[in-house]
Design a protein. Sequence first.
Length: 650
Amino acid sequence: MKKHFFVLAAAFFSNQLPAQQDTTLLDEAIITANRYASRSSLTGKVITVISRAQLEQSGGKDLSQVLTEQAGLFIAGANSNPGKDKSIYLRGGYTTHTLITVDGIPVYDPSGIGANFDIRNLSLSQVERIEILKGSQSTLYGSDAINGVINIITKNAGQKEGTRTETGLSYGSFNSWRAQAGIQGKKNNTDYNAAYSYIHTRGINETESTGPVTDRDGYRQHSARASAGFRPVKGLLLRPFVSYSRIRGDIDQGAFTDELDYTYRQLSWQTGLRGEYQTGKHQFTLLYNYNAVERLYTDDSVKSRNGYDTWSEGRYKGSEHFADLFWVMKASPVFTLSGGADFRASASDQQYTSIGFFGPWITDYSRDSLRQQQYSVYAAANWNLPSGFSLEAGSRLNLHSEFGAHPVFSLNPSWLIRKKFKLYANLSSAYRTPSLYQLFSEYGNRDLNPETAVTAEAGLQYYAPGHQWNARVTGFNRQVKDIIFFFYNSSTFQSQYINQDKQHDYGLELELNRQLGKSGQVKFFYTWADGKITTVSNGKDSSYFNLLRRPRHAAGIQATVRAGKNWSFSSSLNWNGERKDAYYDNNSFSTVQVTLKAYALLNLYAEYRFSKFPLILFTDLRNITDTRFTEISGFRTAGIQAYGGFRYSF
């Protein structure tokens, strides 16, 4: 497989034309690192930006497929059936340890066991750019930011007066349709943005089934987002927003277990307000978000294959209020002070009913018992000296309704030498609060402590003269304590969530960006991650490898190309090394350990822009070598795929 990868890499580079890049590699504007706009040269935090130009050249991809092609990110299920759940592994960490934010606002799913947000709810056509901030970031972002933060920044009207509309349509493999439409406008002190997208696909059979009859597991999604900006007085911006996603899909029972009539529905919507006020050296930002999720799983009795139930239905509702007041003061040209306070309240209703071999079974939990609250205060100081030395130091105190107070800190020095070399280091702590299910369900434990982590990272970034290329190498070491574990007592036959395990992950990331004149860019990355879990077994500590489904070694090459005035091309080659995995065998009633083979995926994209009117035709070819591979044991992945369509704006 390694030989296969390098042969493909050589072919990839030999066919590249000069690529296009419209921003400098040194002073790209970012907002996620400090929660206010700053230049990348002024922070030592490790951040990756996916621009709108890159997103537009994603063709038939969804958000998970774009993210899994980035350094240090692996999403299990990204190349499986569209309706398959997507598990985010950032730097080899747990899926619940990566925080998703939308326009800087943390989003969660209070109805889930882990409470992590489902990225399937976000449509790629409504995204302006993505900033991936690595390392522990709980000082500024609170719970779940142990591995890092993925900030999804949505489209807005911008500064240009007038009205603009855009539409798009594509069709491709597995009878897949994607449609989108949007309108943006600005007049005087008011702007607005609205967008809608639709996805429909027959999908593939989700599992590797050996049964005599199989089916395709389809997927359908409607999503919409709207916002408006008002500037009633000088320095004040008010931006209310609302977003909506409705998903319906077919799923299977689990590894190697097909199901012909198992469906799920998911309804998600958010609404809120972003307010900004600028006066002198001070800037205040008020964020409010209400998030509601409802999931319904139905397994009909007619064609049931799980061997236990003849009918089952689970309904899970969750809601959350989040409010945050953030303050920034530019005290001097070299010193910036920021801080704030936030509030988060979660509640959930959960019902599960089944009829089967063991008779009727009903569980019912209301929001009267499944609820929690937490408050936080936080502050950070930034020094950016003319010598190139920068330092950020900060702290947060979180107050939770169950486990009380928990503090975290961050320390981030960096030194930009002659605008060529940037040395940086980070030492920070982070936490994750237990979910409502882990605290209050039938397996819940009100005495749970938060999962806590300390992360150290250091690296060097080099900017070539003229900033035509740069390279970055980063090493990280992460220690996580009090990991929440589902414990089964064989003596009492009872189960409960407890704090037990310790996790130690470490690794290395190498990234190279190269501009080739004015016509494009080539990017390369290589990552290595390793780790172990230490657990208590029979009164003694024992350790084992913990990176299930996550590759120790991964690499990728991406390039964009502009040929003449009308043609653009892009291509990507991603390689993931061997991975360990485990699945439950319903026949032997035991867990089976397996090793998943390494694989490489080669994708090609081409578009043609008409000169006289704003129409773009595109084609997207994915996995063009028709590689057979496995992301999750017992579940299928897609082979070669082809998509084509258009985008039109006026």
